[in-house]
Design a protein around this ligand. Structure first.
Ligand code: E4P
Length: 217
């Protein structure tokens, strides 16, 4: 399973990249706004900077919602860097635009996916990635990982090439369960990636080893 970081914060991207296990980055308008990025020039420059930092797919989300707007914006975003993946919302015009991008060799990430039916449509349109938001499903009282399992099963049964990108990760256990469900990619906040490191027995064991190492000097 590939690891993407779900942020537009350059320090966090750098920290995750320095670990050596980062395969890509996803952003969305809320994450970009959180960094105080304003205006087209600044937005494009920020994506360019991320592409120069991380060698892997970088999702950049369109802001338009009509077919013409999405295609025009997506073409401009894709021209920033070969690693840009145009992130398109799961709406009717979004699906039409994803099909257009597929036919024109532009990579896409179909976002805001909350059902298996939506994931089937995204795959039919040829999306490179599909992003089911499992944390938001959990937040609403359903089981987000169950949706990941269902989509993986359908894609395997149908031979769809679209990669399942588990999104809206809230904790390290989500990452573990997505790996077990067969997700192709997990996009996570830095805290969840670092959370995978933690175990109290590791800390206790290391403490003892360091103490015993001292006695050997
Ligand atoms: C997906 O690519 C989105 O950016 C993201 O995972 C949404 O997560 P949230 O539910 O924490 O906002």
């Amino acid at each position: 399973m590939k690891f993407f970081i779900d942020t537009a914060n350059l320090d966090q991207i750098r920290e995750a990249n320095d670990l050596g296990v980062l395969d890509g980055v996803t952003t969305n308008p809320s994450l970009m706004a959180k960094e105080g990025i304003k205006g087209k020039e600044a937005i494009f420059q920020h994506y360019k900077t991320i592409c120069e930092m991380v060698d892997g797919p970088i999702s950049a989300e369109v802001l338009g919602t009509t077919f013409d707007e999405i295609v025009a914006e997506g073409k401009e975003l894709a021209a920033i860097h070969p690693n840009i993946v145009v992130k398109v919302p799961m709406i009717k015009d979004g699906i039409k635009a994803i099909k257009w991008f597929t036919d024109n060799d532009i990579q896409t990430n179909c976002t805001l996916v909350f059902s298996a039916g939506q994931a089937i449509l995204a795959a039919k349109a040829g999306a490179t990635f599909v992003s089911p938001f499992l944390g938001r499903i959990d937040d609403s009282g359903w089981d987000g990982v169950q949706l990941i399992e269902e989509i993986v099963q359908i894609y395997n049964a149908q031979g769809y090439m679209t990669e399942v990108l588990a999104a809206s990760i809230r904790n390290p256990l989500h990452i573990v369960r997505c790996a077990s469900a067969g997700a192709d990619v997990c996009t996570c906040p830095l805290s969840s990636i670092l959370g995978l490191l933690k175990h109290p027995l590791t800390d206790l064991g290391l403490q003892q080893f360091l103490k015993d190492a001292q006695s050997m000097k």
